[in-house]
Design a protein around this ligand. Structure first.
Ligand SMILES: Cc1cc2nc3c(=O)[nH]c(=O)nc-3n(C[C@H](O)[C@H](O)[C@H](O)COP(=O)(O)O)c2cc1C
Ligand code: SF4
Length: 604
């Protein structure tokens, strides 16, 4: 051990050894090890890195590189209280920016900085998945929702008095489920194990056949047929197979997996176990987004209940050789880790950079072994489909989109929350149910999805028309759709993992163009440049994030062009850099402000 042989060194070493032992001293668990290290020491200290590198036999550089990738991990002290305001457009619409300003003023700290007494830091983070009860923030990873000026004042008081989080009022941390409309899935009251018994009666191969026959398609966004995925995984050569549940739920405006993991966790685990039966896996992982850390303990106890009732573990439900168990891994604030191959990298304790595909996870997934990665809702739906029979399941929804879909409704409506519908429901029907009046646009499936204007409200949710992972953000006629698109573009620039140049540079250029237009310096040339950028990103980005980064601008431009054109300085070319403006300081210093001290467009 390389740490000093004094009390400090001994304490650090002993604590890290405990953490390492809990994670099998396995470098594939590095992200989980770093989470716990930070929990204990406040941040990932240089001493801790030295010790972990030695114990895991990996270079320090790998630990630093992983830690610096994730926005919830820190290599420097961030204060005793780390406050992160959720910065989704729906939080902003509910006044999050003014609340953050209030907190910064009351605690005497600049946004993005640590206070001089090391007490607190305040910054923003991407959507925390609480859009139905925003504005929201995270304090030391714990979500507080329904913020008001009064609540912010109380939080400041607690921070100033250094009150431990455990002693803060419990109702601050209460997260409501806000279920507004139930269906097949949210009404489920089946005894745990029933779907699994039905699967065991069918056998692995026929379970795959039943899922294919049910027409089930993935609920994570892309809508890939689940049965085909499971079949490919089952048939792929490999020494071990894995089942991974994608609970990263990072798309702004989406929060249905949060509610499913609160209300139907056992069903999600049942779907994973059914998948294990179908593909022949012995190990599963649930990758839980860091923002939902408060769900970790309840989920662990659901897993334990399932182990106690032989629904997980060895010889499940008495079936000799059917062994399967599930571990929960916690993400750390990186949206890109929702992309399945980035998620697998993260599960392996690496930076969440998407892999080149093919090969796909079904043949080369976790540790390069066949892996079925599915969304939380997909696993729940799979369990229901097997339990009720493929034909009964197929009868719900539409021909190409069978079953039901959970919709996360937020924005300008009096009843935000979770709505479950059979696929094929129209945008208008959802708007009516959530009480939206004067709706001007709906952003379906988050920033990477589609902006639907009033004249399209009869369009239907489903893979035939409007595919969606679930987000449904409502904007009424008081909203500026340009500002909505600008918020989304900032989101993509912030969340780009930086691996490939077109996306790293392109999302940043896109952000600059939108900021330029917002500042009143834009021209038509900038709009044309954005369309050009879209072509570049579409054709040369490594993953779906880059490919969809221009969507918010292109869709809002199509429907709300005046929101852009009213801001343009001129309709002709305008340079991005204001040369004359840049000379203003020099003019002040020299005291010259005559014509010769200015550069006009012709001269420059
Ligand atoms: C940038 C990006 C982010 C994604 N985020 C998520 C996510 O948060 N949750 C999810 O289930 N799928 C997400 N996906 C889709 C996954 O890559 C993958 O398709 C999905 O987990 C497959 O599960 P399914 O077939 O059940 O939908 C994302 C994709 C991309 C490109
Ligand atoms: S497209 Fe963007 S997010 Fe995807 S790999 Fe490239 S840089 Fe990363």
């Amino acid at each position: 051990m390389v740490l000093p042989d004094n009390d400090f060194g001994r304490h650090t070493t002993a604590k890290l050894n405990q953490i390492l032992d809990r994670h099998g001293r396995n470098a594939a668990n590095l992200l989980q090890i770093l989470h716990e290290t930070q929990d204990h020491f406040g941040y990932i200290t240089p001493d801790a890195i030295t010790c972990l590198a030695a114990q895991l036999a990996i270079p320090r550089a790998r630990i630093e590189s992983v830690a610096s990738f994730y926005s919830f991990l820190h290599l420097k002290h961030q204060g005793a209280y780390r406050v992160l305001f959720s910065d989704n457009i729906t939080d902003r619409m509910l006044g999050s920016q003014a609340l953050m300003q209030q907190m910064c003023q009351q605690l005497w700290v600049e946004p993005g900085r640590v206070s001089e007494d090391d007490l607190v830091s305040i910054a923003t983070t991407s959507c925390t998945g609480m859009c139905d009860q925003g504005p929201a923030l995270l304090v030391n990873g714990r979500a507080i929702t329904r913020l008001t000026h009064q609540r912010v004042q109380e939080i400041c008081h607690l921070i100033r008095n250094r009150t431990p989080l455990a002693d803060w009022p419990a109702d601050f941390f209460h997260v409501s489920d806000n279920i507004r409309r139930r269906g097949l899935l949210l009404d489920n009251q089946q005894t745990p194990g029933n779907a699994l018994r039905a699967g065991l009666a069918l056998g692995g191969e026929n379970t795959v056949a039943a899922i294919k026959q049910s027409g089930l398609r993935g609920r994570g966004g892309a809508g890939f047929p689940t049965g085909l995925k499971w079949e490919a995984c089952r048939n792929a050569p490999g020494t071990a197979r894995y089942v991974v549940c994608n609970a990263d739920e990072g798309e702004p405006g989406t929060f249905k997996d949060r509610v499913l993991l609160t209300r139907q966790a056992s069903l999600a685990f049942e779907g994973m176990t059914l998948c294990a039966l179908a593909v022949g896996a012995q190990q599963g992982f649930l990758y839980l987004r860091g923002e939902y850390r408060y769900l970790l303990e309840p989920l662990q106890s659901v897993l334990q209940q399932r182990r106690n009732t032989n629904l997980l573990g060895k010889n499940i439900l008495g079936q000799a050789g059917f062994d399967f168990d599930i571990e929960i891994h916690l993400g750390a604030g990186a949206y890109i880790c929702g992309e399945e191959s980035a998620l697998l990298e993260s599960l392996e304790g690496k930076r969440g950079v998407p892999r080149s595909r093919p090969p796909f996870p079904v043949t080369h997934g976790y540790l390069q072994q066949p892996t079925a990665v599915d969304n939380v809702e997909t696993f729940c739906q799979a369990a229901l489909a097997v339990q009720m029979g493929a034909e009964n399941y197929r009868a719900i929804g539409t021909a190409k989109s069978t079953g039901s879909k959970l919709i996360s409704v937020s924005g300008d409506c009096p009843r935000p929350g979770i709505y479950e519908y059979p696929f094929g429901v129209s945008v208008r029907e959802v708007l009516q149910d959530c009480g939206a009046v004067n709706a001007r646009a709906v952003q379906v499936s988050g920033p990477s999805g589609i902006c639907v204007a009033e004249n399209e409200f009869d369009r239907k949710l489903g893979f035939e028309d409007l595919p969606t992972a679930g987000a449904f953000m409502v904007f009424d006629d008081s909203r500026d759709l340009f500002e909505v698109a600008r918020n989304f573009v900032h989101f993509f620039a912030h969340e780009s993992c930086g691996f490939c140049t077109p996306c790293r540079v392109g999302t940043s250029m896109l952000k600059q163009s939108m900021d330029k237009i917002a500042a009143g310096h834009g021209t038509r040339h900038d709009l044309a440049e954005i369309e050009h950028l879209d072509r570049v990103l579409q054709t040369s980005s490594h993953c779906g994030l880059g490919r969809s980064a221009c969507n918010p601008v292109l869709h809002t431009l199509k429907h709300f062009r005046p929101a852009y054109e009213n801001r343009l300085k001129s309709l002709d070319f305008e340079p991005a850099f204001d040369l004359d403006g840049a000379l203003a300081r020099a003019r002040l210093m020299t005291g010259r402000d005559d014509t010769g001290a200015h550069l006009n467009a012709e001269e420059s």
